[in-house]
Structures are given as C-alpha cells and as structure tokens.
Design a binder for this molecule. Sequence first.
Ligand code: SIN
Ligand code: FE2
Length: 209
Amino acid sequence: MKKQHIQIGDEGFIFKGFANDIAETLVDTIKELTAMSPLRQMTTKRGYQVKAEMTSCGHYGWVSDKQGYRYEVLDPLSQQPWPDLPEIFQSIAASAAGQAGFDHFKPDACLINHYQPGVGMGLHQDKDELDLSHPIVSISLGVPAIFIFGGMHRNSEHNFYLLEHGDVAVWGGKDRLRYHGIKPLKLSHHPLTKQSRYNLTLRKTGYIS
Ligand code: SIN
Ligand code: FE2
C-alpha cells in the first residue's frame, strides 16, 4: 500500500509514517552511535552556540566551530573517524529518496540532531555538499516538531508542516536549496525519546570517500 504523502515542493515530499516500522530500531541505533561519537553543542563562526545537540555518522561528519562549518572525516571530540553509517539508515533513506523520484541515493553522511523543549533550528540552506543533484532525506523521531519550509531566499514566503515520529521528508532537485528550519519544540512526551526529538539528515556530500 502506498503511504500517505504531503507534497511540499515540486520535488519535495513528507512521507507520513514512512519509518514507523523501524523507528524503535532507529532510536536504539542512535543511542549506540552517540555512545561512540557523543552529541555535543557546536559553535558558529561568530561564536554563538548552536542550540540543538549534534553528532554525525558516515564517512563525513558535519562540524561547526570558530573556523566555520564544513565536513570532516574525523570527529574532533574523539579524534576518531565517525561511526559507520548503519545499513538501516542507508536503506530507509534510499527507499524514501526513491519514492520521491531520486533513484540510487547512496548517502555518505548523516547528521544527527537532538532537540529539547524550547530548542529549534533557524532558517538555513543545506549547501555544503559538492553534488547537489542528490536530495536531502530527513527522518523525524520522538516528539513532534514544526518544520519551516521556505524558498530560495531567507525572506521568501514559507510554509509550516508537522513532522511526527516516523515521518520522512525528502527534498531535492529544484527544491534542494530551499531554506528550512525547525520551530522551537513544544513540551511534549514520547515513550522512546522522553521530551526530546531526534532528526537524522542523510546526505551525499559528493566528496571522494
Ligand atoms: C536540519 O535541517 O538539519 C534539521 C531539520 C530537522 O530537524 O527536521
Ligand atoms: Fe538543514
């Protein structure tokens, strides 16, 4: 049966409950990954603290500090390579990307964000990947959040969508560089994540691996 989807752009979709069947395994896997490369708060170039806690897995991890943001092969905290991208992350991402019309998506990086009540993420573009022909695949776990999906400019008109546990959003092609963000999380509870929300964003950086 085809799962319900919401079209958020010409090449952007939210597949409701797409990861429901494996959501518990995804949360358990996140816990294993964060035991190796812990969640941490990063700083921006200007010295501000990023409110959501972050870590990565895959060949490249996303890092931000006073030098700016970039992909790195070593976790600066552990000085070790980031944990491998779990097979289950790759397969759910490839299958959601396929549903959105992007075949053969093979991510090489996954950013793991962790939000507590009151924490959101400001509008930004995901533009640090070299090959923008691949989509972004974003998996939501835990308490719900409001996704802000804008246009090609920071001040373009934007829409709001509910992202719930198990939802998978995919945006690529014409929509790949659209500004997006997350509204500060409302106080809520989920049996697997307590008051918090995890988000996995899977990317193909296009760097040589
Ligand atoms: C992001 O844009 O990196 C995160 C989006 C989300 O948390 O849903
Ligand atoms: Fe993003």
